[in-house]
Design a protein around this ligand. Structure first.
Ligand code: C2E
Ligand code: CA
Ligand code: CA
Length: 506
């Protein structure tokens, strides 16, 4: 691990960024989460209070209607009735002149101005009063009902103190709500609000005319902020710092894998294996495909899928391919093969951008000709075939070197490319061969590719043939050559020699 980190070789400010970024993200995430958590909690508590007060107000309305139905002489009924209503201070009956009946004292004669100087009791309403005739210093909510026919009204008074007491939460620290106030038409219980320096949430009742003001507790917020932070900092550092280091490290190793490829070419760590290509007519090997392998000093045997694309990205595919040509020439220098035997080489389009490409291919062609072998250039389509590259490939054919499109049907080859560039051979990718025996859309694609090749006079090679059923079907469809594990896996030179010798004897 230490070695890996040392390899990154980052300047101090980048290290700071790698560490501070996840901490910053964790702080912001914890802040927002704690805020959301507190607001959610306060809303939940507030909703319970609001619903309790709603119930109380609805109940007071019922009392009001009961009181309105009483006749002048039944004042004592109101007294009896209110004895069993613990949350209510009193109920009063009044007409336009004054209060004439109270559940506290029975018949009375008090002017209206004493209980209210600002509110119009003739309009059904609820409002806050800070003092009444009986309890001048204790605030209360007054709910009035007016009967326009008999022109008298009833007022029910709810203890403000009772409400404030009910707002007291169980003594659990930290509690989300520090204090609560009730507000009706701009008046509040308690009368003065001492808590305005903290954040306040306002909740309105949907059924009655009042709002609750809930003072949110900073202690509650910070309590959860620190808990969230304690969890999110390690998670964030692991995920973000880990990902950044992973990306940086894989970039560095990618870079060093390119370095390894470069030194691998110098140290001749690459070698070739050969996979026979079988003619469908006589069932004999008509050639081989050369496939590169890398004996990496530390990683061991590396498959081409892992390093060819890195070689392509880091401009090393050209020296690697040149090395492969030389290696094949050396491998085959003392081999005896049938005249016309072919060696297929995989060549990326980028290879054709070299200036001395022609001389290199002439050298390959002539050296192989000396031992009766012909090269077949298999062009992979991982990079785009530009017009310039197409022209150079065309030039190859003029030099008598055959050209095949590899993995046909999977890359960027389009039918229009086949129109503009003349080629000799199509290699059909294994994924199409795999569809043989299965009724699918792709199995029709296989038939279409074969028919197209016949019409265009291409030599057709099927890759990845693994079963006799596939081989029989392809022979029936007049595919010219077959390649795959059914016949032979790619082999080292020594094994290939034995394999060819055994085939000759059979
Ligand atoms: P490719 O050119 O399509 O090569 C055929 C691949 O299919 C080879 O894999 C071969 O071992 C494998 N194969 C052949 N018959 C069968 C079969 O019946 N079943 C299965 N499952 N696989 C089969 P390999 O050697 O690992 O090469 C992978 C790819 O790497 C090649 O695909 C080619 O694109 C690239 N590559 C290999 N050698 C070179 C090279 O020298 N130069 C360049 N530029 N690319 C190369
Ligand atoms: Ca190939
Ligand atoms: Ca293939």
């Amino acid at each position: 691990m230490r070695k890996k980190i040392a390899k990154l070789n980052l300047p101090l400010w980048q290290w700071l960024a790698v560490i501070l970024l996840p901490i910053g993200v964790a702080v912001v995430a914890s802040y927002l989460s704690a805020q959301y958590f507190v607001e959610d909690k306060v809303k939940g508590i507030g909703a319970i209070y609001v619903s309790n007060i709603d119930t109380l107000l609805s109940h007071s309305d019922k009392i009001g209607h009961y009181a309105l139905a009483l006749s002048d002489t039944e004042c004592k009924h109101l007294y009896n009735y209110m004895l069993f209503q613990p949350y209510f201070r009193s109920a009063l009956l009044f007409d336009s002149k004054g209060v004439y009946c109270s559940s506290k004292t029975g018949n009375i004669d008090v002017s209206l101005g004493i209980i209210s100087t600002t509110e119009n009791l003739e309009i059904p309403n609820q409002f806050i009063i800070y003092g009444t005739y009986f309890m001048p210093e204790v605030p209360a909510i007054m709910i009035s009902n007016w009967d326009p026919i008999s022109k008298h009204g009833a007022a029910v008074i709810i203890e403000g103190q009772y409400l404030l007491d009910s707002f007291v939460q169980p003594n659990v620290f930290p509690s989300a709500v520090m204090s609560v106030a009730l507000s009706i038409n701009g008046k509040t219980i308690p009368e003065t609000l001492g808590f305005l320096e903290n954040e306040v949430m306002t909740l309105d009742s949907e059924h009655h005319n009042f709002s609750l003001l809930l003072e949110m507790s900073p202690a509650f917020f910070w309590h959860f902020f620190w808990i969230f932070l304690a969890v999110s900092v390690p998670v964030s550092i692991t995920v973000i710092t880990g990902s950044i280091l992973f990306v940086l490290y894989s970039r560095v190793t990618r870079h060093s894998l390119a370095d390894d490829i470069r030194s691998g070419i110098e140290n001749e760590e690459f070698f070739l294996v050969y996979q026979p290509i079988i003619g469908t007519e006589d069932g004999k090997a008509q050639g081989v495909e050369a496939l590169v392998r890398w004996q990496h000093p530390q990683m061991g045997l590396v498959r081409p899928d892992l390093f060819i694309h890195i070689a392509e990205e880091s401009q090393l595919i050209v020296p690697l391919t040149n090395y492969i040509f030389e290696r094949a020439l050396a491998d085959f220098a003392n081999m005896e093969v049938e005249a016309g035997f072919k060696i297929g080489f995989n060549v990326a389009p980028e290879h054709f951008t070299q200036s001395d490409i022609e001389a290199k291919f002439i050298h390959l062609r002539d050296s192989l000709a000396r031992i009766g072998v012909k090269p077949l250039i298999e062009i992979t389509e991982r990079q785009l075939l530009t017009e310039d590259i197409c022209q150079r490939i065309e030039r190859l054919r003029q030099l008598g070197i055959q050209v095949a499109i590899d993995d046909f049907g999977t890359g960027q080859t389009t039918l229009s490319l086949l129109q503009t560039m003349s080629i000799d051979c199509l290699k059909i990718d294994k994924c199409f061969i795999d569809t043989i025996g299965h009724e699918s859309v792709t199995s029709h694609v296989l038939d279409t590719i074969i028919e197209l090749s016949h019409k265009m006079n291409y030599v057709v090679v099927a890759e990845g043939v693994e079963t006799q059923e596939q081989a029989d079907y392809l022979a029936y469809r007049q595919v010219h050559f077959l390649q795959g594990y059914l016949f032979a896996k790619p082999m080292k030179l020594e094994d290939l020699k034995l394999w060819l010798a055994a085939e000759r004897l059979s």
